[in-house]
Design a binder for this molecule. Structure first.
Ligand code: SAM
Length: 278
């Protein structure tokens, strides 16, 4: 097993939220993965798939349902907890503990590589994309997604509460340490540019709009899984975090009522390795 640079007990690790991820977030990651599968080119018949930053294996599960040609499905992640969940979701998944920027696979192995909401986590995203290029067969496909930038009253109100509890610079540090490229890849055109720089031609760029009706409590549950929430809990300790959480719920409730109409847009880009660059 490779040495993993984010340790299990580190607040930044997805191991911290593995028991809540699917319950709270599958409702947003599943439709995004379905939309990604739907954007693959007509006639796409992959046999070998690698999903980098596979998390709980949502993408491999959806792709294996959609593309019956798949025989070899691998998913890598640096969180062992997430990999365990992924394996439980899809028994035939080859779950590999590996950094996406140092893929332990032979060149020319996969027909398709997917990367759902993960490039934003990789300071070394160029290295990761170059490695994806290496492990893809000629004319192989890459599909990646990222949230587009949104400013909404609900998220701003949550950020305000968090900043009061742990300070604004700390809240900013949280995102910078977990997903340093989140803001970069949320800007239109930057995923495409990253693909092009690494030798892929962009064959499709689309978006999927997701709308949720959440109770205030569900919204806070959603937010506290994020980097800021993870750092907040780490800095304050569990008891103080629970107190903060209750106060944040009351603040949001008094401003917005009981129901949050929350929407997010995910950008999805599909690229292709040119057969000539094999
Ligand atoms: C937001 S989750 C997305 C999970 C999954 N792709 C999905 O769509 O549900 C990001 C995942 O990337 C993983 N990750 C972060 N940095 C990574 C790295 N350097 N190499 C591999 N995986 C990484 C995290 O552990 C986490 O499971």
């Amino acid at each position: 097993m490779l040495p993993l640079h984010v340790h299990k007990s580190d607040w930044r690790s997805y191991d911290q939220i593995v028991h809540h991820y699917d319950r709270v977030w599958a409702a947003r990651f599943q439709p995004a993965a379905q939309a990604m599968a739907g954007m693959m080119p007509a006639g796409c018949q992959p046999r070998a798939l690698l999903d980098i930053g596979t998390g709980t294996g949502i993408i491999p599960a959806i792709f294996s349902e959609t593309f019956k040609t798949l025989q070899n499905i691998a998913g890598c992640d640096i969180s062992l907890g997430m990999l365990q969940r992924a394996k439980a979701r899809l028994a035939n998944l080859r779950a590999v503990a590996a950094d996406a920027a140092a893929l332990p696979f032979k060149s020319d192995t996969f027909d398709l590589v997917t990367a759902g909401f993960v490039l934003s986590h990789l300071r070394e995203y160029r290295r990761a994309l170059n490695d994806v290029h290496r492990v893809l067969k000629g004319a192989g496909l890459i599909a990646a997604s990222n949230w587009t930038s949104t400013v909404d009253d609900y998220s701003q109100a949550w950020s305000g509460c968090l900043a009061e509890a742990i300070s604004k610079p700390e809240a900013e540090r949280a995102l910078n340490e977990v997903a340093p490229l989140e803001n970069y890849f949320s800007q239109e055109g930057n995923l495409e540019a990253a693909f092009t720089e690494s030798g892929f031609s962009v064959i499709h760029a689309g978006a999927v709009d997701l709308r949720f009706e959440l109770t205030v409590e569900q919204f806070v549950e959603d937010r506290e899984l994020n980097s800021g929430g993870r750092l907040g809990r780490h800095l304050l300790g569990n008891d103080a975090w629970m107190k903060f959480r209750e106060e944040a719920i009351n603040t949001l409730r008094s401003r917005f009522g009981e129901t949050i109409h929350y929407s997010r847009r995910a950008g999805v880009v599909i690229g292709q390795k040119s057969a000539a660059s094999v």
